[in-house]
Each structure stands twice: as C-alpha cells, then as structure tokens.
Write a new protein. Structure first.
Length: 350
C-alpha cells in the first residue's frame, strides 16, 4: 500500500473521530472502530488485481442495480425522514446508492479498457441512466447528479470524444428523468432547499426554517476563530456528525483544523492522480475514477458546509459518521493502492 495515502486516510479518519465526538459523543468509539474497518477493507481490496476488478464489474453493477430497485419496494428511512434509501439487512442497513458510485467507476474502467476505440455508446448510456434514475426515485437527487457528473468525468479521463460525450450524457440524462421524475412530486423538501439557499444569498434567509442549518453552520465556524473552542464541546448544528461534520471539526480546531482538513484532501487527491498517471492498463482509470470520486464529493460537502451550495446530504469521505459511505470510499482507495502496487512492479516512477 502507498504510505502517503495510508497516512492521509489515517489523518482524515482521526479528524472524523474528533468531529463525531463533538457532534455525537456516544458514537465516537463506534466511529473509531469503523475507521479501522475502513482501513482493513482498503487493504483487502488493494490485494485484488485491477484485471479481476474489471472482470467482476458488470456483475457488481447488476447486483447493485437490483438493490436500488429493491429500495423502492422494501426500503426504509430513519425516523423523521421521507426518503427511503436504505435496505435492512439484519442488524445493519445498506445504502446501495453509495455503493453504486464505486461500482460505476469499476464498470466504466472495464468498458473503456475492453472496447478501446470500438465503443458502443448505448452501454454507458444505459448503465449511468438507469442507476441515476433509480437513485432519483428514492428520492436522492444530489447523489444522482453526483453519479452523473462522476461518470462524465471518468469518460473524459478515458479520452472519450466530445461528440460521444454529448451523445452519452444527453441520452443518459433523458433516461434518468424518465425513470426517476414521476417520484419527485411526492417530496416537497427538494424545492425548499433551493429556495432557502436563494434566500440566504439575498440575505433574506428564514433562520428558523429552511435556512436554519446553514445559519447555524456559519455561526459555529465564525465563532471558532483560529484555534477553535477545543474538542468535545457540543455542536449546535443539525447533522453535524454526518453531512455537516466539517463544521464540527472547524468548531473544535478552528481555522487551523479546516486548513488541515482541506489540505489532507488536496494531498490525497493529488497523490491518487499521480499514481493514475504513472500506471498502465485498467488500473489507471480505476485510480483516476477514485480520485474524481473522493475529490468531487469532498469538494461538494465542504462547499455546502461553507454555505456556498444548497444543502445536499452528501457525506465527507472518511470523515462523516456513516458506514455506507466509508465502505464505498475505502473500496475506491483500495483500487488506488492496487494500482500503486502494479505501477511500482512495472517500474513506473512514483
């Protein structure tokens, strides 16, 4: 495994434990155990050759797609939430939309590796469109959009021509809308989030309504100063252990903590892209996709925490409390570690 990536994952995991300890103290030990499990999962995936990953990718896609369909029939939601995004599996619940992110990376890496210039554009169109549509139907529009953009970025990294990108993107978007749009009318909070963000930009936010979370996040970060108020102090921001955990870290460690958090992601993504650029074969695209996934999701989460985007519900990789996101990003980083090992065996400069 790559020592720098391993160190950065450990650092981000430690920040996650600190943030959860401030936002949800009773879950801090569980977060620490999950962080160790994430490291173990990444180590296991790192031993799987990239050629095996791309061979198994189609099967993984169809299994995950079936689980997304099952969510619409038998899905559950935590108390107080309308959206049903989880499948009950004994003592745990599985969120297939999180797993689909890493599955799409593997599927597209397999597709472009196997087909080279002879690309049948209907296949990625259907793969992305069906997955995004079923995620929209949960409803989980932010994750569906992220999945769509992630797939688009992977196709750019694979060298897809502009004409094919437009054809695949347009067709996949239409398919996603056809599959998912009929369900959206049932959930009014989607529009409320956009309206609340618009009002916040105008300085007219309803701080007791849709703008409450963003207002409390801003107040917590402003009150933290340079060094923060110290770990373990309660955070008065909704979802501070999950979607807004960057606020918990910022309140505890101040501006210095936020700089460390952002710099860790910058270094991690930069290292991943360095490994992807040095590798040959399907591992190169697997690593590039993993970097796009982790970097894109981290950017989205941090922009929401800073009040620069509407609330989306996207977790912060390796930091947010939540098993499903940790499983997905740990698998993605395992792809990168495997690619690092293969590139080093090929004599690539790393």
């Amino acid at each position: 495994m790559d020592p720098l990536l391993l160190t950065l994952q450990l650092l981000l995991s430690a920040l996650g434990v600190l943030g959860v300890a401030a936002a949800l103290p009773e879950a801090a030990s569980e977060q620490a155990l999950r962080a160790l499990a994430g490291l173990a999962l990444a180590a296991v995936v790192a031993r799987v050759p990239s050629r095996v990953v791309v061979r198994l990718a189609p099967l993984a896609y169809f299994v995950t797609l079936a689980m997304l369909g099952a969510v619409l029939v038998a899905g559950v939601a935590p108390e107080g939430l309308e959206a049903r995004r989880w499948l009950p599996l004994g003592p745990v619940t599985l969120q297939p939309s999180e797993l689909m992110k890493v599955v799409v990376i593997a599927y597209l890496a397999a597709f472009f590796h196997n087909h080279l210039g002879d690309w049948h554009i209907w296949r990625p169109m259907v793969v992305v469109g069906l997955a995004a549509g079923l995620i929209v139907a949960q409803p989980n529009v932010s994750t569906a959009l992220f999945l769509f953009v992630l797939a688009f970025a992977i196709m750019v990294a694979a060298g897809t021509s502009l004409q094919r990108l437009l054809a695949i993107g347009t067709a996949a978007a239409v398919l996603a809308v056809v599959v998912g749009a009929p369900y959206l009318a049932q959930f009014g909070y989607l529009g409320d989030r956009v309206v609340g963000f618009r009002d916040m930009l105008r300085g007219e936010a309803d701080v007791l309504g849709a703008g409450f979370q963003a207002d409390r996040a801003r107040a917590a970060l402003q009150g933290a100063g340079v060094f923060g108020i110290g770990p373990g102090r309660p955070v008065r921001v909704p979802e501070a252990d999950t979607d807004m955990i960057a606020v918990a870290v910022g309140q505890s460690l101040g501006l210095i903590g936020m700089v460390v958090l952002i710099a860790s992601f910058v270094l991690l993504v930069g290292r991943v892209f360095r490994i992807a650029a040095a590798a040959r074969g399907p591992g190169a695209l697997l690593a590039a996709g993993a970097g796009l996934y982790v970097g894109g999701q981290a950017s989205l989460n941090l922009l929401v925490a800073a009040g620069l985007l509407p609330v989306t519900g996207v977790p912060l990789p390796f930091v947010s409390f939540g098993l499903n996101s940790l499983i997905s990003v740990s698998i993605a980083l395992g792809f990168v570690h495997a690619t690092f090992r293969e590139a080093r065996a090929q004599g690539a400069p790393l």
